[in-house]
Design a protein around this ligand. Structure first.
Ligand SMILES: NC(=O)c1ccc[n+]([C@@H]2O[C@H](COP(=O)([O-])OP(=O)(O)OC[C@H]3O[C@@H](n4cnc5c(N)ncnc54)[C@H](O)[C@@H]3O)[C@@H](O)[C@H]2O)c1
Length: 382
């Protein structure tokens, strides 16, 4: 039986434009989804490059102005894969046009922008989701299941870090197409909104809301040439950000992100210590979950390194055979699958825009705490 077609229009043909296109292309081959996702239109400002992307991924059409894309009647879903300064404008217009809206993280450049996005989506009553894709790493989802089953007991500590090393050179310019992440006006913040946002979303999902934070941030290189003006300009982003947190459940959090950790490209790790058991996960070894359970028989007690490739592990029965692992791009395929199934049931799973706002409240509080040198309360998204 033919499935109903769901027409998708993606804004942005960069890194995330590729991961999302790949996800919607592959998802019907591996998951029994209730729609046939159609790559209807790719939107980017450069016609020739958008057309090249269209050829590579098999899009039906090209737009060079996101407003035209949002205005098209034959588009059901607007998927925002463009830099952070575009998220609010596009998401609000898309919600007002009655589209389902998917948006890359962080939802807004700050909580005020995210609040406006949430309000528009709620007013229009449109399905929405933020691409915090690490929730859909099978090992991280297994961690969620283990916590949900109460195996850890009371949680004492949550520890996460996200380390990179690509901005160390003082000769690296800021701004423009390739380096918008270094331009505070476009990105909103530095590693706090970019890298820590991932850690915070996973943390809230696994361990509940964060109540208050104390933080330090640093901008190691104070001035860089701006790609758009050609002038040496002050750098407005945080290069490194470290914060302590108190979770609503009484546990303590310890978070760090930097782009100045030489040798690390994308080292995202998390560790949770409970009264009965502990969990460790590492993006560089993403198909493994480390699990220690004190209730194991004493002489055998120790860390288990669970290879998350079996059919009874989250998502894995859709892929190959036990023992064969998957990678980064599959997290987006999983999110696309969950979105399509949730859409048909009228219940799109998180992370919702409201979840995206919850993370932005934390990143705002981290940046405020770094300035005030005091503990700051985190805003409540509810
Ligand atoms: N979920 C993740 O793991 C993850 C990873 C990387 C980036 N991101 C997020 O995805 C978003 C995009 O990041 P990226 O790495 O793909 O960036 P990128 O620079 O690789 O691509 C951005 C694309 O957006 C296009 N663009 C910019 N302004 C536009 C406009 N007004 N209209 C249409 N297109 C426009 C650019 O031309 C480019 O094609 C950001 O919000 C980023 O934070 C998420």
């Amino acid at each position: 039986m033919n499935k109903p077609r769901l027409n998708i229009g993606i804004v942005g043909y960069g890194f995330m434009g590729r991961t999302h296109s790949n996800a919607f292309r592959r998802v019907p081959n591996f998951f029994d989804v209730p729609y046939e996702p159609v790559l209807k239109a790719i939107c980017g400002r450069n016609q020739a490059r958008a057309e090249a992307f269209q050829q590579t991924w098999g899009y039906e059409s090209v737009e060079t102005d996101w407003r035209k894309l949002v205005g098209r009647r034959d588009i059901d879903v607007i998927d925002i894969a463009s830099p952070n300064d575009t998220h609010a404008e596009v998401a609000i217009a898309a919600a007002q046009a009655g589209k389902a809206v998917l948006c890359e993280k962080p939802l807004g450049r700050n909580a005020a922008e995210s609040k406006a996005i949430v309000a528009a989506a709620e007013k229009a009553g449109v399905p929405n989701m933020v691409w915090y894709n690490y929730r859909r790493v099978p090992a991280v989802r297994l961690a969620k299941e283990l916590i949900g089953e109460g195996r850890l007991g009371r949680v004492f500590h949550y520890r996460a870090k996200f380390l990179q090393d690509w901005t160390i050179s003082k000769d690296l310019p800021q701004g423009g197409e390739a380096l918008w992440r270094l331009d505070a006006a476009v990105a909103g913040s530095g590693v706090t909104g970019d890298l820590l946002a991932h850690c915070i979303d996973t943390a809230i999902w696994l361990n509940g809301f964060i109540d208050s934070v104390a933080a330090v941030t640093e901008t190691f290189i104070k001035e860089r040439k701006h790609n758009l003006t050609g002038k040496i300009q002050e750098v407005g982003i945080d290069d490194a950000s470290t914060f302590l947190a108190r979770f609503a459940n009484g546990s303590l959090g310890n978070f760090e992100a930097t782009r100045y950790a030489l040798g690390h490209k994308a080292l995202y790790t998390l560790e949770i210590n409970g009264e009965n058991a502990s969990i460790i996960w590492d993006l560089e070894d993403l198909h493994r979950l480390q699990y220690f359970d004190y209730r194991d028989e004493g002489k055998l007690r120790g860390w288990r390194s669970i290879h998350i490739t079996d059919g009874d592990h989250p998502y894995m029965k859709h892929w190959w055979v036990p023992g064969l692992q998957i990678g980064y791009e599959h997290t987006f395929v999983h999110q696309a699958a969950d979105f399509l199934c949730g859409l048909a049931e009228g219940n799109v799973p998180g992370p919702s825009f409201l979840d995206g706002l919850a993370t932005d409240y934390v990143t705002d509080a981290v940046l405020t705490a770094a300035k005030s040198s005091a503990w700051e309360k985190v805003g409540n998204p509810q």
